[in-house]
Design a protein around this ligand. Structure first.
Ligand code: UDX
Length: 438
């Protein structure tokens, strides 16, 4: 049993806190947002993450997990301090490190015993050294510490499972003993643990996310070529995936990636490359393809409707993907703004993200389920592939729409089945339709 402090109780920090507590450690999680901390003490989650409420409540009850706004309380017994604060995109895509700086400065001023400080937030290569400098500069008197990079590889919607079943744990530090101590914390997860230097560990995180984003933009470019050549990209991805060097995952063509990580991390890595004199050609193409993919899908509808003026467009799913309420960089925002700016009326339904979506898009009409969403609309666009969209009653949907137009932004449905039902159906890269691009 070890004593752990976690700074920042967002998507990463809350999962990290709850999971380390669930492994038997004593965890004190800190956030500067008092309301968030008060709510967590009452078992009210700040985010939608399957399974999180249960694991947080269980560990609060067991006395292993506490929440605070006080650095003194958080660090009092701590041996390890995980920095899990946000690193949003700043100017030119550079990661904004103000919250990391605030955390490092406050840790330095508060600590009264040796600590191992772990960067879990996604931070630019070289930040570990920068955090060390900040701590040295802000300590009232020198106290031993070490900085370790331990990047997170958590996906929203499966964060707890990803924490408990990692493909690997990556640790970076100039202090081998500190890295080994952090490795001990991860032993129960029974996954490969790699220890390297700080910069390399930070780079592994960016390179991993950039590669995954590249895979998505690759299959989306294949989808556009499939539309031109009359092939079905879903079948192409299946055929590719049998090759062990390619693998079947992350080859789902659609409206493109969003979220708080891929857009931010690819942009930050490209920025780092640029300012250090290396031209990130492929990363720029990955970003360009992804941005264009949203427009590619919207234009399928625009071609059918000819004009959005006074048309009602229903968005099936609003979050950037299924199983989350996170609207950050969601394709639904691009689609809704495009339609709204052209005089269209946008209505949306999402199982978890309604409140967040309404806060970002005040003009959004809301619906309580897919059937209310479909009533009277001129078209439906699939944005997030939630399970509950996979076996809808499409006869009921079709008969309630003003026009049975369905743009399947996630290739959830079979084109022939939907057309036999009477829909004007468009997928993404699904081969020819009546001899021309889908
Ligand atoms: C990602 C990484 O997967 C995770 O390892 C990292 O720690 C954080 O960023 P996340 O952004 O939460 O996780 O979700 P993910 O499931 O990776 O999906 C990212 C985006 O790509 C979503 O918009 C999703 O819809 C899209 N996507 C994913 C595709 O368009 N096609 C795919 O085949 C897979």
């Amino acid at each position: 049993m070890r004593n752990i402090a976690v700074i920042g109780v967002g998507y990463v920090g809350l999962t990290t806190s709850a999971c380390f507590a669930d492994l038997g450690n004593r965890v004190v999680a800190l956030d500067i947002n008092e309301e968030r901390i008060e709510n967590l003490r009452k078992g009210i989650m700040p985010i939608y993450e399957p399974g999180l409420k249960e694991i947080v409540e269980r560990n609060i009850q067991a006395g292993r997990l506490n929440f605070t706004t006080s650095y003194e309380e958080a660090l009092r017994d701590a041996e390890f301090v995980f920095i899990c604060v946000g690193t949003p995109s700043g100017v030119d895509g550079e990661a904004d490190l103000r919250y990391v700086r605030m955390a490092a400065e406050t840790i330095a001023k508060t600590m009264d015993h040796p600590l191992i400080i772990i960067n879990k937030s996604t931070v630019p290569v070289g930040t570990g050294d920068w955090v060390s400098d900040i701590i040295k500069e802000n300590q009232p008197k020198p106290i031993d510490f070490a900085v370790v990079s331990c990047p997170e590889f958590l996906r929203e919607g499966t964060a707890i499972s990803d924490f408990m079943n990692p493909d690997r744990t990556v640790l970076g530090s100039t202090n081998r003993a500190a890295a080994d101590a952090v490795a001990q914390l991860h032993l129960p997860l029974r996954a490969p643990i790699m220890v390297t230097d700080l910069r390399t560990a930070e780079m592994i995180k960016y390179a991993s996310n950039a590669f995954l984003a590249t895979k998505i933009s690759f299959i989306n470019e294949m989808a556009r070529i499939c539309e031109a050549l009359g092939a079905d990209v879903k079948e192409v991805a299946t055929g590719m995936g049998y090759d062990q060097r390619i693998g079947p995952r992350f080859l789902e063509a659609g409206i493109g990636y969003g979220g708080s990580c891929f857009p931010k991390d690819v942009q930050a890595l490209a920025h780092m490359a640029n300012i250090h004199g290396s031209n990130p050609q492929l990363l720029q193409a990955v970003m360009d393809i992804n941005h264009g993919q949203r427009l590619h899908v919207i234009r399928k509808l625009e071609e059918i409707l000819e004009s959005f003026e006074q048309k009602i467009v229903g968005l099936l799913g609003l979050a950037f993907k299924q199983n989350t309420d996170d609207m950050r960089e969601s394709p639904s925002i691009t689609v809704a703004e495009y339609v709204h700016e052209r005089g269209g009326i946008v209505r949306g339904y999402d199982p978890a993200a309604m409140a967040n979506a309404k806060a970002i898009m005040p003009y959004l009409q809301t619906a309580k389920d897919p059937y209310e969403l479909a009533t009277g609309v001129d078209a439906l666009i699939v944005i997030a592939p939630w399970n509950e969209f996979k076996q809808l009653d499409f006869v009921r949907i079709r008969d309630s729409m003003r026009q049975p137009i369905l743009i399947d932004g996630r290739n959830l449905y079979d084109p022939d089945t939907m057309r036999q039902l009477g829909f004007t159906y468009r997928g993404v890269g699904r081969g020819y339709h009546n001899g021309k691009a889908d």
